[in-house]
Design a binder for this molecule. Structure first.
Ligand code: FA5
Length: 352
């Protein structure tokens, strides 16, 4: 047999073998790669055929070379088709494995978190004031002595100006952390003309710490300036507010007290939410809980902001937001509000 015929016979054998090897339509990528090595690799069957070409006579070489190349090309094309099919099959398989059944019941919802009790309280209170026609105002926590004390009729030697009570910043005589939200009265009145109906929540700071006092705490200030405002209006607003917070008719009372920026001044108490006035540990057996201060705005304050006290009157009040949260949610220690304990904070709802 001539070398050319031997070569053609070998090609037929390789074709049959390749046909058998690829008869299984569902070859995976790895099997296709193995076939590539077996037929076209450096020591592969087709590559070995090229070696036999050397022994074919010179005149038969072109014909033998042509059929070997056709064989190689045919195998390459078939393997490429199989490789593409294998990849597609793998993709389908992996998509099938990842299929989501959207009809399955959902897993239990993750916790949505909760609002801080002071935030809850602030939202309830501001909503109540908005419904009474008040505008919400903001003011600086770091402020000048003038807004926090001077314009509010504090004398130069007032004890609140002492380092024992107030945090000073830099130059002791001028810049402080505000000790109450009453500074917002001055900012608002210097910006606006009467009539005014303002409520202003914010952080306040004092050198103070025990179970009912913290160095940073929150207050809510409120005031009305207009013609013919009197103490009766003030009592009406306070009663409405407390009803909104505690959701029941608890009695309130005013006790005469002194604040330099109001005259007359008073402190306002709420009938104890726990014992309803009978006397208990929370109210120290008095039946009453102290919430804040209030009074008719002092003429000297009007003078400092340029309002005519012959025409305008007004009242102002300020109370501790944390204290009210403490009473509303029955807390035993004010400091719990600022310790960041997740277990404690997680008990509160996500909205008022
Ligand atoms: C004032 O701060 C006045 N500015 C309130 C006021 C406004 C009076 C307008 C008249 C007119 P007082 O110092 O009493 O007042 O504080 C008011 C409330 O803030 C207190 O009743 C208390 O509830 C709360 N408070 C005071 N100090 C602390 C503290 N260290 N920690 C937590 N709450 C406090």
């Amino acid at each position: 047999m001539s070398k050319l015929n031997e070569c053609v016979q070998r090609i037929e054998e390789i074709k049959v073998a390749f046909h058998e090897d690829t008869a299984n339509a569902s070859l995976n990528s790895r099997a296709v790669e193995e076939l590539k090595v077996k037929y076209l690799g450096r020591k592969g069957l087709v590559t070995a055929l090229m070696e036999t070409l050397k022994e074919v006579s010179k005149e038969d070489k072109p014909a033998a070379g042509k059929i070997i190349n056709e064989l190689r090309k045919g195998i390459e094309e078939k393997l490429e088709t199989l490789r593409a099919a294998a990849e597609e099959g793998a993709l389908d398989e992996s998509l099938a494995a990842q299929r989501l059944d959207v009809t399955l019941p959902v897993a239990a919802m993750q916790s949505k978190g909760s609002l801080h009790p002071v935030t809850l309280m602030r939202r309830i209170i501001l909503d109540a004031f908005r419904s009474l026609g008040f505008t919400v105002y903001d003011g600086p926590e770091i402020d000048l002595d003038f807004y926090n004390f001077g314009a509010l009729n504090f004398k130069d030697d007032h004890p609140a100006r002492d380092m024992q009570d107030t945090f000073f910043i830099g130059d002791r005589s001028k810049t402080i952390l505000r000790t109450h939200t009453s500074n917002i009265q001055i900012h608002a009145m210097m910006h606006e003309r009467p009539p005014l109906r303002v409520v202003a929540p914010g952080r306040t700071y004092r050198c103070d710490s025990d179970i009912t006092h913290t160095p940073m705490f929150h207050q809510v200030e409120g005031f009305i300036v207009d013609e013919n405002i009197d103490m009766g209006d003030m009592k009406g607003v306070i009663d409405q507010l407390l009803k909104a917070v505690f959701g029941q008719d608890l009695s309130t009372r005013l006790r005469p007290s002194f604040f330099p920026f109001v005259e007359p001044g008073a402190e306002f108490d709420l009938q104890c939410v726990s014992c309803r006035g009978k006397g208990c540990r929370i109210c120290k057996n008095t039946g009453w809980l102290e919430l804040g201060g209030l009074g008719m705005i002092h003429p000297n304050v009007f003078e400092a902001v340029g309002y005519d006290s012959e025409i305008y009157t007004g009242f102002a009040f300020g109370f501790g937001l944390d204290r009210i949260a403490m009473l509303r949610y029955g807390l035993s220690d004010l400091r719990q509000l600022f310790e960041g304990n997740q277990q404690f904070l997680g008990q509160f709802p996500t909205h008022p």
